[in-house]
Write a protein that binds this ligand. Structure first.
Ligand code: TXA
Ligand code: MG
Length: 348
């Protein structure tokens, strides 16, 4: 398939390009586009044949539902009801990096929700995403624009790498600001439940629902009967080609442990190290990449996926990563890191 690639300046948007991409969506095609979290792979959420193409292009399991992206707060036609507490979240955080799960209306085809009675809806704040949804005249179903299992793309080059030749159109914008996918909140239950942590944190959401909690099954190693409420959370994800191991605990001990593993394996293994600005100079051997400053977890989140992807183009046999405290945005960062490591963690 011919894939058309265009790059748009977010500060000076070319409406003709947006209209072009909107027409592709209207006609049942696939368009990759930027959002503030990660790039998405979009199709008309209400057209089951178009949505089927998303699963095919990504190699996505059929039981993994898609998030529906909208450009306005008027979502009454897509859902059965909007609980008052969900309205509060929408008013405070939409547009923005948070997806809410509602009971779905009959307008949402079963393939979009992977056979569930619920649907996840999000109103992105990225200006290109907003304009594309408006130009399409329909809600857009969009998973992250990567081949299933790989780290989500936060730069257009990564979308091109994964999806060129498989989709109709790639709309390029800037690097995604947030860098990890949206927080997902199930609004069909009381209290509310977080199905995927993101940069809108549990601490922030407790101001609206003091009893909100994070689905326990997603932060620890999955058991055989593991059934997270977000089906996608059970799949191996965010994984570079080489295995990842996390070293967790006191930072000085972490550095010492990583250096010990590197030195023990120096003769037979090339090792990559995921470090931070505070520690990067403390690793004399190995390929060292920094995620950024530990005091700026927003930066760490926004660099995480491209750092993981980057190791695929460097020849390493093993990747050792420092850990982060599971507080605030650290919860989202550790959720993605643990999944990329298949929960292989050494505690020091
Ligand atoms: O930030 C984001 O949310 C990005 C951008 C493109 O908007 N999208 C994204 O989509 O991360 P995806 O498909 O990569 O992840 C969607 C997650 C999956 O884990 C899926 O199982 C869950 O959302 N999900 C979707 N609909 C759901 C539903 N009705 N009930 C429970 N989980 C749902
Ligand atoms: Mg994804």
């Amino acid at each position: 398939m011919n894939t058309k690639i265009v790059k748009i300046d977010e500060n000076n948007i070319d409406q003709n390009m947006i209209n072009d991409a909107g027409t592709v969506i209207k006609q049942g095609g696939l368009v990759a586009f930027p959002t503030e979290t990660v790039y998405g792979l979009g199709a008309n959420a209400l057209d089951k044949i178009a949505v089927e193409k998303i699963f095919k292009a990504k190699g996505r399991p059929q039981d993994n539902p898609l998030i529906v992206h909208v450009a306005s707060l008027n979502i009454e036609h897509l859902v059965k009801e909007i609980p008052d507490i969900a309205k509060e979240i929408m008013n405070k955080y939409w547009p923005g990096p948070i997806t809410l799960i509602f009971n779905k209306s009959d307008l949402i085809p079963s393939i979009t929700s992977a056979g569930l009675d619920t649907v996840g809806i999000r109103m992105p704040s990225n200006i290109i995403a907003k304009k594309l949804i408006e130009a399409s005249g329909t809600p857009i179903a969009a998973p992250s624009a990567n081949i299933s299992g790989r780290p989500s793309p936060t730069e257009v080059e990564s979308c091109i790498e994964d999806l060129f030749g498989k989709i109709d159109y790639i709309l390029g914008g800037n690097k995604s600001k947030v860098g990890v996918e949206s927080t997902i909140v199930d609004c069909t239950c009381t209290p509310l439940c977080i199905l995927r942590p993101g940069v809108i944190t549990v601490e922030m959401l407790r101001e609206i629902d003091p009893n909100i909690y994070i689905d326990k099954s997603i932060m620890s190693k999955p058991k055989d009967d593991f059934k997270p409420k977000a089906p996608g959370m059970k799949y191996r994800h965010y994984a570079p080609k080489s295995p990842v191991k996390i070293i967790s605990g006191d930072l000085e001990k972490t550095v010492a442990k990583i250096n010990e593993i590197v030195q023990t394996n120096m003769g037979n293994k090339k090792i990559g190290i995921i470090a931070t600005d505070e520690t990067k100079s403390k690793y004399p051997y190995g390929t060292v990449v920094s995620l950024g400053n530990r005091n700026k977890l927003e930066d760490v989140a926004s660099n995480l996926f491209e750092v993981l992807r980057g190791f695929d183009s460097i020849d390493v046999d093993l990747i050792l990563s420092e850990a982060f405290e599971e507080k605030g945005i650290g919860v989202a960062i550790m959720n993605r890191l643990k999944k990329s490591a298949g929960f292989d963690i050494i505690k020091v």
